[in-house]
Ligand binder design. Structure first.
Ligand SMILES: Cc1cc2nc3c(=O)[nH]c(=O)nc-3n(C[C@H](O)[C@H](O)[C@H](O)COP(=O)(O)OP(=O)(O)OC[C@H]3O[C@@H](n4cnc5c(N)ncnc54)[C@H](O)[C@@H]3O)c2cc1C
Length: 395
């Protein structure tokens, strides 16, 4: 069987398609095999952080994304007793990024934009309903088993990028462990067209409400607000998904408003896991295939896009023969470490902060918001610029 020089990407989620876009932009031919029959339209990530927007600008896709999204220059923290605790404006890091704001936009819009951009490029090909089920490799190539129309076929490539999501077949087939834990509680996202600006004074498009029993956060996306609640382990899925329960939770958001138009609800379980390796020979893991975390801070997809850019920048050079293959080890070194040090640690801390019973977090936020230097550092951290700088330091 001949070995294809195209880079194979398993999975056409936001992370796989960003990897494809960067490779194609640099003249590296790509084949994407997507397990689903079309691009996913599932309601998932909706926050793009400033450095991610800078990367998407380099790929030429940020303008249409911004046109379909909502710019959120500020975010805030509240609690029930004190009301507004602290407000942060990304303008304070305008010297560090071309996009000093969060963009609220569904991830499915990004995948559609990239796909539409790439589809006419001869260096891009994509096949749907074609899951990669197994991977073997030798010194020169990776052989994948692809399921298609009820039968299996094998194909050989020089390089494979596994961007096939949290249940990654590529990761499993490579025998890479996915250590970590699953939270006992779950998250319920309730989407509503209700105008929260009319009901909550000084509200920002992203607003976290800290509470030891039932925290929530409000996040505005075009045409809707998403309200995310913690669902305790003892509350059944059936209860959590009932319309009455959603109304009961929503009634806690604005005193005096106890009936909402609900567009949809999503209940999901949350994990904190990092793959034992992001590279094994000629195969790589990026995005949810490599790491999963709770969505507090919006770092899952963003971190995955950072993986995709880090890896493909190196793979372009190796593919052209201008850098040795050892260059690719730096992807594993940098991205796995910052995933553990920043994304995992920070997302766990974000959850603990929101549900803390004492006032330590509140006081810390107030001190931070009152001091320009502390605000600057804090915004570098929450925007994920800090994690990218740390990766660079690792050499
Ligand atoms: C409710 C919710 C809210 C979230 N909010 C945010 C947020 O605001 N910001 C943020 O950064 N993150 C957020 N996340 C996390 C974010 O959605 C994920 O991190 C992101 O989708 C990861 O992208 P991915 O491309 O790695 O994986 P996926 O989006 O899961 O895409 C994987 C793709 O691979 C395909 N596939 C699966 N198996 C195979 C196979 N064997 N072969 C080929 N293809 C395969 C799938 O069909 C899919 O198209 C949120 C998640 C949830 C659930």
């Amino acid at each position: 069987m001949t070995i294809s020089d195209r880079v194979l990407i398993a999975g056409a989620g936001p992370v796989g398609l960003v990897a494809a876009a960067n490779l194609v932009r640099h003249g590296v031919p790509v084949t994407v095999l997507e397990g689903g029959p079309d691009l996913s339209t599932e309601s998932r990530a909706s926050t793009f952080h400033p450095p991610t927007l800078d990367m998407l600008a380099d790929l030429g896709v940020v303008e249409p994304l911004i046109a379909q999204g909502l710019i959120a220059p500020k975010f805030q923290y509240r609690n029930r007793r004190d009301g507004l605790i602290a407000q942060f404006d990304f303008g304070a890091i305008a010297d560090e990024t071309r996009h000093p704001f969060r963009l609220q936009c569904e991830q499915s819009k990004l995948t559609r934009i990239i796909h539409d951009r790439l589809r006419a490029d001869p260096n891009f090909e994509i096949a749907f309903s074609s899951p990669v089920r197994a991977v073997t490799q030798d010194r020169d190539s990776v052989t994948v088993t692809v399921e298609r129309d009820g039968s299996s076929e094998t194909q050989r490539y020089r390089w494979l990028i596994g961007a096939d999501g949290a249940r990654s077949d590529v990761r499993r087939s490579l025998g890479i462990e996915f250590d970590g834990f699953t939270w006992p509680d779950r998250y319920l996202v309730v989407s509503t067209p209700f105008d929260f600006y009319s009901a909550i004074p000084n509200l920002d498009p992203v607003s976290y409400l800290a509470d030891p029993v039932r925290w929530h956060f409000l996040l505005q996306i075009p045409k809707l607000w998403r309200v995310m609640f913690r669902i305790a382990a003892e509350e059944s899925d059936e209860l959590a998904l009932s319309p009455e329960f959603a109304q009961t939770l929503m009634a806690q958001v604005v005193p005096g408003i106890d009936s909402y138009e609900i567009a949809h609800t999503t209940l999901y379980r949350v994990h904190q896991r990092v793959a034992g390796a992001f590279r094994r020979g000629r195969a790589f893991l990026i995005g949810d295939a490599a790491h999963v975390n709770n969505p507090l801070g919006g770092m899952g997809m963003n971190g995955g896009i950072h993986d995709a850019i880090n890896l493909t920048a190196r793979l372009i050079e190796v593919w052209r023969g201008t850098r040795p293959e050892t260059e690719l080890d730096r992807f594993d070194l940098q991205r796995r470490l910052v995933t553990k040090e920043h994304v995992e640690r920070q997302s766990i801390q974000n959850k603990r902060n929101l549900e803390a019973a004492d006032n330590e977090f509140r006081d810390l936020l107030r001190r931070t918001a009152a001091d320009p230097a502390l605000t600057h550092d804090y915004l570098l951290k929450v925007s994920m610029i800090g994690s990218l700088r740390r990766a660079e330091q690792l050499g």
